[in-house]
Design a protein. Structure first.
Length: 94
């Protein structure tokens, strides 16, 4: 499972899976096991804003920190995403 970064943000790794690149760009936030059980899922818009699809076990504070991090780093994250997927951002028309 490709990680966007090797470090944790708010105590969670940010990653995507090779089978989920058929969807628009999104970010899973999970513990060290990188399982979808208990993980959160954020769809990313072309301005770095996110839409929380699933909160998992994350608190409101952790979600806010991760959303702010994605907003600050979404372009770099998209470059990683685009190596695996031709899908764009959430809400983007092809």
């Amino acid at each position: 499972m490709p990680k966007y970064f090797e470090f944790k943000v708010a105590g969670y790794y940010l990653y995507f899976t090779s089978y989920c690149v058929i969807e628009c760009m999104h970010v899973h936030a999970s513990d060290s096991k990188l399982t979808e059980t208990g993980s959160a899922k954020f769809f990313v818009k072309d301005n770095g804003d996110t839409v929380l699809q699933k909160r998992g076990v994350l608190t409101d504070r952790e979600i806010s920190k991760i959303q702010a991090f994605i907003k600050d780093n979404y372009i770099e994250m998209y470059l990683k995403w685009s190596k695996y997927s031709e899908k764009g951002y959430f809400g983007w028309e092809e």
